[in-house]
Design a protein around this ligand. Structure first.
Ligand SMILES: [Zn+2]
Length: 124
């Protein structure tokens, strides 16, 4: 994936303007410390990450449909476990645990999507 693409910025959690600076103080999708801690500005291009007070509240509305897309099929799978193969009955708790582990990357990706909706890439 090349720089200049919004998907690059979202999946790599990079600044939407320069796509070099990291969006979060501790980079990476699966992080369990300082999950939502972000610098005030991009360390590379000085793009402001706090566009307005309460800006990231809107990220909840971005992660909500993504969470629904994951959990509704899991719920339906849970209701139909009796008619399924033993393998799914055995795997179901692990699938649920894995889906809860996805919460951290989802929150981070939702913030990256929100920033990318408001800031465009600028090549220098
Ligand atoms: Zn930047």
């Amino acid at each position: 994936m090349k720089r200049g693409n919004k998907l690059y910025s979202i999946l790599k959690l990079k600044c939407p303007r320069c796509q070099i600076g990291d969006l979060f103080c501790s980079p990476g999708l699966f992080v369990y410390k300082d999950i939502l801690k972000m610098p005030d500005k991009c360390p590379h291009c000085e793009q402001d990450f706090k566009l307005e007070p309460g800006f990231y509240t809107a990220a909840l509305w971005i992660s909500y449909p993504i969470v629904l897309l994951i959990f509704i099929p899991l719920l339906l799978l849970g209701f139909s476990l009796d008619s399924m193969h033993y393998f799914f009955k055995f795997m179901y708790p692990f699938i649920i645990l894995f889906s809860f582990m996805l919460q951290v990357p989802l929150m981070r990706i939702a913030r990256a999507i929100l920033l990318n909706m408001n800031i465009d890439y600028q090549a220098k």
